[in-house]
Design a protein around this ligand. Sequence first.
Ligand code: GLN
Length: 190
Amino acid sequence: MTIGVLAVQGDVREHLRTLGRIGVTGRPVLRPDHLVGLDGIILPGGESTAMWRLMTRTGLAASLQEALASGLPAFGTCAGMILLAREITNWPETYFGVLDIAVERNATGRQVDSFEGRVAANGLGELPAVFIRAPLVRRAGRAVEALAWLGEAPVLVREGRVLAASFHPELTGDPRVHELFIHMCRKGER
Ligand code: GLN
């Protein structure tokens, strides 16, 4: 199994390291041809607007959009969640739009308001969760399953083959959310 990590910007190395820790091959994805043969793709934390700008320049955005439409499993963390969301409540653009949620960007405040907490996730137990200018889910479609919450807001959601977290499982060394994603990629064996 090979899992791609979108590598135009953001915490790419941390995701690759987490994949390595659970014995899964990770591949940085910088160009459209890097998508060939992947079993899933991770969209990292970072800056969604910067990632989008860099991806559209190289044609990677269009190729990835196509791959997602044909069912490539995807896992977005923080900025990655924003890239996957159907709607961004406080931003004029949307990006891939393959996950039926509306997110508010920067809903946990500024960089200095970053915090680490613990969230209880259905089926996974209690997880350490780092929130850095995190998006929070303000609406979720009926097909979306919420697996963990911060107060009223879902912070770990799944819809079909798409998984997204408001927080950064790649920064805490706890591989359980990545393991869940790998399980989703296996189930979808194509
Ligand atoms: N606020 C960032 C964005 O809008 C996301 C922050 C993060 O990924 N830590 O893309």
